[in-house]
Every structure is written in structure tokens, then in C-alpha cells.
Design a protein. Structure first.
Length: 186
């Protein structure tokens, strides 16, 4: 992990802990979950929103005004809106993607779930998703939420990440391993 990414994750973790604890204290975890989903959607769908988060061209006041208006338009909870305004005032909006990731993990942990990041060459069918979820649940011992990513470059197979564990059964990695073995021989 690069030093900058480590710093961003560290900052995000501190803010996420505070937001999560506030929401839990106020019995507003459902609202926080909806806010996290809405923010993730906005980050994924809007290039302008991503630019607002990361561009140094916007002043502190411009970021604060914009994020306050966006939070109101998205109908985010008061706690989430206040945290976004605080991040803007501290010039730390760039940590929002990491913040939502940490919050998603904390919310899943609170529900007794773990998130599995699954990369496939093509989208899994509903039956395949259910079977994979059941298999992972048996391995992990907790309910598993699958976050699927499609990456055609892996050719076939799966790459599954649960916590710090990773299982790579992709054809791409097998071909790479075979290529390395052949280099050692010849």
C-alpha cells in the first residue's frame, strides 16, 4: 500500500469510527447504511462529484457550500451531512471513498456479516451467487455479503477476497504461474 493510501485510510478510519459510534448511539444505523449506499452511488456515477472530492482547484468554502447542497439534495441524515461538512472544512473530502468502505465494513460487522469481494470474468447467475454465498458462509462461519466485480481479463475462474484472505482460481493467474515455471526450466 502506498504511503498516501495508508494515510487516507487512517484518516477515514478515525472519522468512520466517530460517525459509526454517533449513529449507533442515536439508533440511526439504518439511516447511516442508506447514506453510505447513496454516497457510494454518487462516487461511482458522477465524475463531477469525484472531482469535487479531490480537486485542489476548489476552495475550502466552495467545497463546503457544494457538499452541504449535495447532502441536502440527497436527503442524507444530519450526522452524515455534518461529517461531510466537517471533512470539507478540514480539506479532507478526498477520504470519502475510504470512509464509505470502512463504514460499510463496520455496518456489516454490526449485523454479523462479512463482505466478500468477488471478481469474475462474467457476471454470476443468481444460482451461482447463492451457491458461492453458502460455500463462503460455511467457510467463514458468518453471513456473507458478496460484492461482485466483473473483469474479463481474468479469462475465467474467480478471485475471492474475504478480509485478509484471498483465493485466486482465475485462469489468468494459472497461466502466469505456468509461464513463470517455464521460464525457470528454460
Amino acid at each position: 500500500m502506498s504511503e498516501t493510501a495508508g494515510i487516507s485510510t487512517s484518516i477515514a478510519a478515525r472519522y468512520a469510527t466517530a460517525v459509526f459510534d454517533l449513529a449507533k448511539e442515536e439508533k440511526a444505523l439504518k439511516a447511516l447504511e442508506a447514506d453510505v449506499a447513496a454516497l457510494d452511488g454518487a462516487i461511482a456515477d458522477s465524475a463531477d462529484f469525484r472531482t469535487l472530492l479531490t480537486s485542489p482547484l476548489y476552495s475550502r468554502d466552495q467545497q463546503e457550500t457544494a457538499i452541504t447542497a449535495i447532502a441536502a439534495k440527497m436527503k442524507l441524515s444530519k450526522t452524515t451531512s455534518n461529517v461531510l461538512t466537517l471533512l470539507a472544512s478540514k480539506r479532507r473530502l478526498f477520504v470519502l471513498p475510504q470512509l464509505t468502505t470502512v463504514l460499510r465494513d463496520r455496518l456489516a460487522e454490526e449485523r454479523g456479516e462479512v463482505t466478500a469481494e468477488v471478481t469474475t470474468a462474467k457476471a454470476l447467475s443468481k444460482a451461482q451467487m447463492e451457491k458461492l454465498s453458502a460455500t463462503l458462509k460455511a467457510q467463514v462461519g458468518k453471513a456473507v455479503t458478496i460484492q461482485e466485480t466483473v473483469d474479463e481479463t481474468i479469462i475465467g475462474g474467480l478471485i475471492v477476497k474475504v478480509g485478509s484472505k484471498m483465493i485466486d482460481t482465475s485462469i489468468k493467474s494459472k497461466l502466469s504461474a505456468l509461464q513463470n515455471t517455464m521460464k525457470e526450466v528454460g
